[in-house]
Design a protein around this ligand. Sequence first.
Ligand code: PLP
Length: 436
Amino acid sequence: MVKSTGVEGGLTVQQNPLDDFLSDHKKMTELEHQFGSSFYLFNTEQLRMNYHKIESAFKSRYSNFIIGYSYKTNYLPYLCKVLSKLGAYAEVVSRLEYDLALKIGENPKRIIFNGPLKSRDDIFYAIDNGSLLNLDSLYEIKFVEEYAKQYPKRDIKIGLRLNFDISENGVSPLQEGYPISRFGICVESGTLHQAITELSAYKNIKIVGLHGHFSTKKRNIEAYQKITETLCKIGKRYIEESLEYIDIGGGIYGEVPKSFNLNTPSFDDYATVVCEIMNREFAHWTNKPALILEPGISMVANTFQFVAKVIETKTIRGQNFVLVDGSVHNIKPTMHKNNLPMRITSQYPSSTKATVFHVVGYTCMEKDYLAHEVVAELPQINDFLIFDNVGAYTIVFNPPFIKERPGIVAVDEDEFMIVRKKETLKQFVNEEIYTF
Ligand SMILES: Cc1ncc(COP(=O)(O)O)c(C=O)c1O
């Protein structure tokens, strides 16, 4: 029996291919016996649908299109492998992520290596492997030059992440209200010019790509228009001969829960504007540069749910608290106050009597609220609460604080597979260092 109302608490039930299963208390109890009283559910089919939707929106308008999945958003190896099989490149921002991509069998030529911190060894390794390497700062250029001197016969291809003003009517659209971004090589201050001059002294170095990722508050179309136009303009001005790709980064909206009440652009809306610019700017090119998009949140947010069993309900001076085997860290590591879509799978029939309650977690922190002021039927002990839209920045940002991290169960065509086991003491204690 599923109990949930689209009322004041901000809850709505999203359509999900697993809906029937999730509303069956008996089946959920069977899962509990196998996987524990809290776990993530990963919906593999939803991921495939997201991939195909993004791909067809862009590819139908600009055929030389590549998706570079942003690993940091959720680097569950199983998920990365599914995306790789679908055709996604791996967009990584550290050597750890790079090595993970290799471990899952990714072709290094399909790895896009971004990020502000790369060592000399990282850069040498990426060049040796023929990966797409986007440099963020001048210090990295020194390593590339060193490589070029050491191997004068090898052709070296690199990309540059650019930083330029994307403000709208003088107002910065960046997240958290930052007036300027700290990433990339600045165009306006002349650093780009300096970088290009330095690099062009080497016959065996080619700048083949330009990258521009900006995390904006509204994820609006206008930002992508500016990013794409600027990258194309700079590409044509400085590296027309060698330009192979324009990488507009990630940051687009995916499907957003209805309860967020946001009127967001669709994949088609983004693709229409971006591809129109690409087609216009490169209209007469026989070999048009690739367009790269690096989706993270939009690819994975709606592919994960978090299931937590109700352990207790109590009333303290008129306020109802529902304690679950879970924590705000499992679903909202940034601890924002918005309630995520949530449903209650109960063993009892619905009484339609709504009440106000908070859902709280197992940690000793007062602020461990998974949901605030929910208006719905009060959950009972042994019911399950299921939170939607928890696929982005959860499992990568979820330290084993107080309790072990929960397991992850992948669902694919009615099959349930454990793809991450619930942690044990073994993962807490490094036995190479500690012997007891
Ligand atoms: C370089 C780069 N690419 C892609 C992404 C993915 O962004 P999103 O998850 O908002 O799509 C990020 C996120 O910060 C990023 O830094």
